[in-house]
Design a protein around this ligand. Structure first.
Ligand code: ATP
Ligand code: MG
Length: 391
């Protein structure tokens, strides 16, 4: 008897002829996720199996696999031998062990059923016949009663075609979505806040491979603020895979805007520069889109008019996966993704440094373009790009 982790993938089935491509991405991501944990990886009949691992690594393996997008569900199963001529001794041993453990602290008899799936047609019995034949093994423990409809425990036996059966109870939900890498590349504007890491999670879930750009304003923003962003990037990698992070020094641009433009346009014009620089980096790394953590109406810079002004400088589509979400919904995902606690650490963001007293909430594009005309835009963008640091 051997313990294995069964990996099932969902949405891939819907994709017809692209399936091979999606599967190759998924396999690559699973292998990357399990790097450093000794194991064997098997592929058989539309499922994957992680095998030959140390029992003490099981928790870590599950934690990592639960973050891999494209995985629909997971089970920890006993892999046992089945021979048609025998009375399933290994299946029975496994069932008894699983059932015994499950009943350890139970009060009264646990209603149970056994669900058999039989792919191996050499076994002459039907699935239902096998299930009822196996039932006695569980009943013999004295802690169970059969109940096919109102069961609390569903013992599953999958008899595969290659002379093995998988015995398990629990089906653990996977992260769902599509494997990262199968939906192109995006350049994420990553701040130190709650929202942009969640935007990364959302796009990775749809299979997008991400790069990230962060705008820092030293000495107004600290090393600690930058380290926080690096940490957020690292926290996400379980879901997103490796994300290259670019840090752009933004102080000179902010000072230039501050000096030459009306104070109430500060934020709008800053955002236009961020978008220009993000699009240039996106081009360089072959990203087809820019991703932000904006949510409609959340703050002054996230009105439709503000977004029109920012998007005016974009040369690529701008994806805003949080646009229609409430803060509570975003926070719930941040907690699930494990970025929330880091995001709420109070460090200054470049946008808060030069915050005007009364930013325009509904800027007019014409007025903003006019205000910005006082600046050597291309020169400032080039200088910032020349000073980009990669993490
Ligand atoms: P977040 O929680 O993501 O910081 P926010 O609610 O603070 O968002 P804004 O500060 O208006 O909202 O930022 C909106 C979006 O602009 C962010 O989600 C992010 O994509 C981008 N952004 C803001 N500041 C930066 C920065 N310093 N570097 C990179 N991107 C930024
Ligand atoms: Mg922010």
């Amino acid at each position: 008897m051997e313990r294995v982790v069964v990996i099932r993938f969902g949405e891939l089935f819907l994709k017809g002829k692209n399936r091979d491509y999606f599967e190759s991405m998924l396999v690559r991501n699973i292998k990357a996720a399990l790097k450093g944990v000794p194991h064997a990886f098997e592929k058989s009949q539309g499922r994957y199996y992680v095998e030959n691992f140390e029992e003490e690594d099981l928790g870590e393996i599950l934690d990592r696999l639960k973050k891999v997008f494209g995985i629909h569900s997971l089970s920890v199963a006993d892999k046992v031998k089945v021979r048609a001529e025998e009375d399933f001794p290994e299946i029975r041993a496994s069932l008894a062990e699983i059932a015994k453990k499950r009943a350890e602290f139970a009060q009264g008899k646990i209603p149970f059923r056994i669900t058999v799936k039989r792919a191996d047609k050499r076994i002459p019995m039907t699935s239902a016949e096998i299930a009822s034949a196996l039932g006695g093994t569980v009943l013999a423990l004295g802690k169970y009663k059969v109940d096919l409809t109102n069961y609390e425990c569903d013992l599953k036996v999958d008899v595969r075609e290659n002379g093995v059966a998988l015995v398990y109870t629990d089906v653990i939900a996977g992260a769902g979505g599509l494997p990262v890498g199968c939906s192109g590349r995006g350049m994420l504007l990553l701040s130190g806040g709650i929202d942009s890491p969640v935007a990364a999670y959302m796009m990775a879930k749809r299979g997008m491979k991400l790069f990230a750009v962060h705008f820092a304003s030293p000495p107004y923003t600290s090393d600690k603020a930058r380290e926080k962003v690096v940490e957020l990037r690292d926290l996400l990698t379980g879901y997103t895979g490796h994300v290259k992070l670019f840090v752009v020094p933004f102080t000179d641009i902010q000072l230039a805007i501050h000096k030459a433009c009306p104070a109430n346009f500060m934020i709008t014009i800053m955002r236009r520069f961020m978008m220009r620089i993000a699009c240039r980096l996106a081009d360089k790394y072959e990203c087809g889109a820019v991703v932000t953590g904006e949510s409609l109406g959340q703050v002054a810079s996230q009105t439709v008019e503000s977004m029109i002004c920012t998007e005016d400088t974009a040369t690529l589509p701008v994806f805003r996966p949080l646009i229609g979400m409430d803060k509570e919904e975003i926070v719930a995902i941040a907690k699930k993704a494990g970025t929330f606690e880091t995001s709420i650490q109070p460090y200054e963001d470049c946008c808060t440094v030069f915050l005007p007293k009364s930013p325009v909430i509904h800027p007019s594009l014409g007025a903003v373009r006019k205000a910005e005309a006082a600046l050597p835009v291309e020169e400032l963008v080039e200088a910032a790009l020349a000073a980009v640091e990669e993490y």
